[in-house]
Design a protein around this ligand. Sequence first.
Ligand code: HEC
Length: 191
Amino acid sequence: MNLKQTAIIIVISLCLGTTAQAADHWRQNDARQAVKELGSNLKKALKQAMKEGGPAKAIAVCNEKALRIADKISLERGWRIGRTSLKYRNPANAPDAWERSVLLQFARRRAAGENPANMEFSEIVKKNGRQEFRYMKAIPTAAICLKCHGRHIAPAIEDEIHKLYPDDLATGFKLGDIRGAFTITEPISTP
Ligand code: HEC
């Protein structure tokens, strides 16, 4: 290969690299936006339910409403979107191998002093020969969360949670701990 050919190849690969980076950047922005929407809708719904019917009513928000809000976004965009955690309440939210490694990465970053409010990670991964864009955003534990995920949970709420989730792992959290993460999987269609 002569110098000119090499130069052309370098320019082409640089251009392709930049285009891929731009696509990732906008995928990441979209994912960030969706998670923000989901997070603030959930918090709003939780606060309202707590005001109207106390934590017993709010259990349904963190449970059913979260799923419905996530489902709506998934349907609109063709993504899978959900919540996961190393210490999960619903086994259906257990992390897969990729999610688990990102949650462990978040825990290390937190231990090194990073603020969980801005913690995120994305990557393009290959699954069964297809590419997927995967994104996760840490969910910090706020004061309102402690009523159902904290160290001291009122007996009435504890009973209710225990009935619905006999194998619950999602208690003992403190303010500012990483409670879990939003997780998005977006299939990438290749031409
Ligand atoms: C009124 C009780 C209640 C409150 C308050 C509450 N949660 Fe939950 N949370 C639940 C229940 C019940 C589930 C199980 C949901 C399901 O079945 O998917 C859950 C599940 C979750 C999950 C999914 C992973 C898992 O453990 O299954 C995350 C993440 C989560 N909650 C974060 C939060 C955060 C952050 C807050 C505060 C902003 C909060 N929760 C407040 C009851 C509550």
